[in-house]
Write a protein that binds this ligand. Sequence first.
Ligand code: URA
Length: 229
Amino acid sequence: MRLDKFISEMGYTRKDAELFIKRKRITINNQVALKKDEKVDEVNDIICLDGKMLKYSKYVYIMLNKPAGVLSATDDKTQKTVISLLPETLQNKGLFPVGRLDKETMGLLILTNDGNFCHRVISPKSNVSKVYKFELADEIDEIKIKQIEQGIELKDGYTTLPCKINMQNTKCGKITITEGKYHQIRRMFGAVGNKVVYLERLQEGKIILDQSLKRGEWRELAPNEINID
Ligand code: URA
């Protein structure tokens, strides 16, 4: 690939790349790079900026603290998507959300361009558990909680798998599910005549929402988070 493309894939703009090269800040295998259209081998060449190696990674893994009111989609004609919350340098990397959150649901959303990783996380076979914090419109009793925990039939006839609910009080709690059906948690509580008024994903597998991220903020996943199994 071209040197300026390589540098821009490391999170810099093409303009930055051009400047770095002009100012002789880039070396390829210890030789100062002179041309922006120079061809580099992104896997085998050692490319440095100010002496520090730029490590090429084909895939990007992002943790986003999704705010309410934003679509978990890559593009939409009228509505704001999660991709628009990322800097320009990440917007052209083919990222997509790993499992969707409803427009009004907040919290942990992973974005990647690694299809295998996505499959591993959302495939029903993977059994990856997801923890959500919720608040209900009305108080809920133990009997209804047990009904949901055991698996509840939704309006479309589907019966959910067993799950775990820990109530903090009669309206708020945490629920752990291992599935990802459309509007699942809202429909589970809907099936017992209640309504979810607040929903936030806190954890997916071993990936825990980084509490230092404000709504709309993101960071890259650490290597130990990417290995989700
Ligand atoms: N369940 C829902 O109802 N909505 C979500 O966004 C995630 C799980």
